[in-house]
Design a protein. Structure first.
Length: 375
C-alpha cells in the first residue's frame, strides 16, 4: 500500500481555508444538559467544576498539538476514564436518544449515576471494559429509501463522547480549514457560507460536486489505524478504538462482524471519518491545488461530500481523474450517480446554449451539505 503522506513527506499541515476566508476557532466542550432524574440540583455546581477541569485538561493537550505538528501523544486515556469527565460526557448526551442492545436509557442509567460512573471508570482503568455490538436500525431518507444507523449502548456512548473530547483537542489544530463536517463550532451553514464566498470571490467556472460511494460502510480499518497512529501512541486509546471498530452490529437479533466501515450514529464515528478523509483527501487536495493547479481552486468538504471549484475545465477534469486514482488506493470510489462536473458562472448558460445543451442546470452541490445531521 502506498504511503498516505503528501509527496513532500509531511504528515500533517496547518489549517488552510480557501485563501481570504475561513472559520472561527471551534469552541471546546458542549452545552450542559438537564440533570438526570433523581440527581440533586446541587450537582449543577459540581458539573460546572467538571467542565472547567475538562476544559483545562483539553487546553493543555491542544497547546501541545498546536505547538508541535509532529508530536505523538502517549498519555491520553487517563483523561477519558476520570469520573468527572465521564459525568460531563453523560450530560452531553441526548436524554431521549434510542437505547442500544442492552436497553439501558439515559434516565435509567442516571438513577444510579454516581455508582454507575465509578464502576465504569474502574473498568476503563483496569482494562475490563468491553464494547457492545451496535444496534442497527433503518431510518427513512427523503427519496423513499432508508439509511442504516448504528445505536451504541449507553455506556459506549458515554465513553466514546469522553474519548472524542480528548481526541478533538489533538486533531482540531491539524484539520484543514475547508473541512466542516462534524466538527465543534462548525455547521452545514458554515460550509455553505464558505462555498458562497469561494465561488463569488474566486474565478470559479467549473464545479466538481462529489460524493464517496458507501464511505461509512467501506472505510478500511487497517488504513484508519495507520492514520490514527501518526499522532496517537497511547496503547490504551488505540486498543479501545479497535474495540469499537470490531464490536460488530446487531440487526434483528443477529450479530455480524464489522470488518470494515464505521456505523453512523456513534459519537466516535464522525471523528474517525474525518481523520480518514484528512489523510486521504484533505491533505492531498490541498497539495494538488498548491502544486498542480495554475488557476484558482476552492475546496469545501462536509463529511464524505465535497465541492471543488476550478477556474479551468482541463484542471477540473484532471483533478477528477487523479482523485479517482487516489481514492482507489484507500479502497474508496466516487459515487457514479452523485458526482458531477458542472459548468458555472454568468456565461455558463450561454455557453451551454451555444453547444446545444440545456440552458438551465440543476445545481445539487449544496444539498449534500444540508442532509447531514451533526447531532
Amino acid at each position: 500500500m502506498n504511503d498516505p503522506r503528501e509527496s513532500d513527506g509531511r504528515v500533517v499541515a496547518k489549517n488552510s481555508p480557501n485563501k481570504g476566508w475561513g472559520a472561527p476557532q471551534p469552541a471546546e466542550g458542549g452545552e450542559l444538559r438537564r440533570s438526570a432524574k433523581g440527581n440533586p440540583n446541587g450537582q449543577n455546581r459540581g458539573r460546572a467544576q467538571d467542565r472547567e477541569s475538562l476544559r483545562n485538561a483539553l487546553g493543555r493537550i491542544r497547546q501541545v498539538a498546536e505547538r508541535d505538528k509532529e508530536v505523538k501523544f502517549t498519555s491520553l486515556w487517563h483523561h477519558v476514564y476520570k469520573v468527572e469527565h465521564l459525568r460531563e460526557a453523560y450530560f452531553c448526551l441526548k436524554p431521549k436518544s434510542a437505547a442500544g442492545i442492552d436497553g439501558v436509557t439515559w434516565e435509567g442509567y442516571g438513577e444510579g449515576l454516581e455508582e454507575n460512573l465509578q464502576d465504569l471508570s474502574g473498568r476503563l482503568k483496569r482494562g475490563a471494559y468491553r464494547a457492545k455490538a451496535v444496534r442497527r436500525v433503518e431510518i427513512p431518507k427523503g427519496d423513499g429509501r432508508t439509511r442504516p444507523i448504528g445505536v451504541p449502548a449507553l455506556e459506549d456512548k458515554v465513553v466514546q463522547r469522553a474519548a472524542v473530547a480528548v481526541l478533538n483537542a489533538v486533531y482540531e489544530p491539524m484539520f484543514m480549514g475547508f473541512s466542516y463536517g462534524f466538527r465543534p463550532g462548525r455547521s452545514q451553514h458554515n460550509a455553505l457560507d464558505a462555498l458562497w464566498v469561494g465561488i463569488s470571490q474566486r474565478k470559479v467556472n467549473w464545479v466538481l460536486d462529489a460524493d464517496i460511494q458507501g464511505f461509512f460502510d467501506t472505510l478500511d480499518h487497517e488504513w484508519l489505524m495507520k492514520f490514527v497512529e501518526h499522532r496517537i501512541a497511547d496503547k490504551r486509546m488505540l486498543r479501545h478504538l479497535k474495540k469499537w471498530l470490531n464490536a460488530g452490529v446487531m440487526e434483528d437479533g443477529v450479530w455480524r462482524a464489522s470488518e470494515e466501515g464505521v456505523p453512523q450514529g456513534g459519537s466516535i464515528s464522525p471523528l474517525l471519518a474525518n481523520i480518514y478523509l484528512h489523510y486521504v483527501f484533505d491533505l492531498w487536495a490541498d497539495h494538488w491545488r498548491r502544486h498542480r493547479a495554475t488557476g484558482d481552486v476552492i475546496v469545501v468538504r462536509y463529511a464524505d461530500d465535497f465541492v471543488v471549484g476550478f477556474q479551468h475545465r482541463e484542471e477540473a477534469e484532471r483533478f477528477r481523474v487523479d482523485l479517482e486514482i487516489r481514492l482507489r488506493e484507500f479502497n474508496l470510489t466516487l459515487h457514479p450517480d452523485k458526482t458531477h462536473l458542472i459548468e458555472f458562472g454568468r456565461f455558463a448558460a450561454a455557453n451551454r446554449k451555444r453547444r446545444g445543451q440545456a440552458e438551465d442546470v440543476q445545481f445539487p452541490w449544496f444539498h449534500p451539505l444540508l442532509r447531514h445531521d451533526p447531532s
